[in-house]
Design a protein around this ligand. Sequence first.
Ligand code: AMW
Length: 478
Amino acid sequence: MYTRFSRISSLLLFSSDQLINSVNLRNLSSMRFAENPKIAIAQMRSTNDKQHNLSQVKSIIEKAKSQEAKFVFFPECCDYVGSNREETLKLSEPLTGQTVNEYLRLARDNDLWISFGGVHEAIRDSDTGEGEVKNIYNTHIVVDNRGTIVGKYRKLHMFNVVTPEFKFRESETVRSGSALVPPIETPIGRLGLQICYDVRFGEASTLLRKQGAEILTYPSAFAVSTGKAHWEVLLRSRAIENQCFVIAAAQIGFHNKKRESYGHAMVVDPWGTVLGEAGQQDLDVVVTTLDYDRMSSVRQNMPCFEHRRDDVYNLSYCNAMPGVPLQEQKYFFGGIDIPKETIFFSSEHSFAFVNIRCVVPGHVLVSTKRAAARLPDLTPAEISDFFQSICKVQQVAEKLYDATSSTVTVQDGPEAGQTVQQVHCHVMPRHAGDFPENDQIYGELNRHDKEPERPRRTQEEMVAEANRFRDGFASMGL
Ligand code: AMW
């Protein structure tokens, strides 16, 4: 029997904003459906008529429900397909807009989990939400049966392509996302979020698998000529090499005079077998079950992920911003942009910064740059760099705080007290008698960031401490 139910404590949930970080992980983990859940994938034909598209979404949901599916997958552009750039921008909405609100209501009212594989997320000039829409993100959202967005992924790879049949420049309208999102825990398994053209980038799918994905999703509006040549072979390859289910809801037919999609919405199992494929009609639903015993036997009998030679080659996954010079890079911690002035150390794979709430004076954090959730998710190079960085930071912290000991702790996973799902280590200089009982520091560590009434440190205080650490590094030659 596959161990996915006993492995729930190792679930990964990360997002680029706090909304999703606030989802209660334990509640989610207790919501796994019974073995071999029923899912539905949609095939539809969106146009620039949002109401018409919404009515297709509603009709698919009805069909899926009538066949007792618990999770429905919609394709990219389920909200609409614009006829040109101007119209595409004009029709776009923020994720708080009417269309997504309607999606949330549908999930709640129908008691369904739903993946909306690609909505046009408006990017406006200002933070106020006012102003002209200049770009959009192509965003895949996952909504739970209570109508909450629990996963959000902005498409990374832009379909800027010239073929004999067509030319397409997605980046004229769409801004690419900046991060892979570690798989999200859902009642049908851990879902890796991708979109359409992403299917050609096997590294991303393999990183998702390494982070625990059981299902890879490629909601698509795939072009017809490339679809004929590559669609099925790409989907099956991603399933076979990662030993994951692959779910690819699809757009089909003419969206307008210029744009046509291939269809063939498909579900593939971890052996590469096609479990279900939509027909040639505009509106179709494929309902199938995900057999986790099958996944278990494929993974056990051919343990490719144990056979990988990470010592010879490995995938590196960073959250560096494309095109931004190294000194201007931003570092994110649990999706929050950590201000440069509070970061005092950076190495190839790690960075260290001062804490917003300290358990003891000098309590600082060392984090991986990449938003990996758990220690075992790190590559050998990252592990080595992370622990070397910790040792350096510890030396400086002890010098600055006149200590000869430190508590150095990683809370690895939610059940171990981890609140920010990005690997990080607490470095806390210690002094004799700083706690009545020495190990009380662990109780304090567990509480210090969970009680909202505890005041945060001021920015000035944090910047001043980061400066002291920087000086400490310089004076110790580290
Ligand atoms: W965990 O409980 O996930 O092992 O630790 C999270 C740590 O991150 C806590 O010590 C908390 O105070 C700290 N923290 C959270 N957000 C920030 C932030 N924006 N800047 C600095 N430290 C932070």
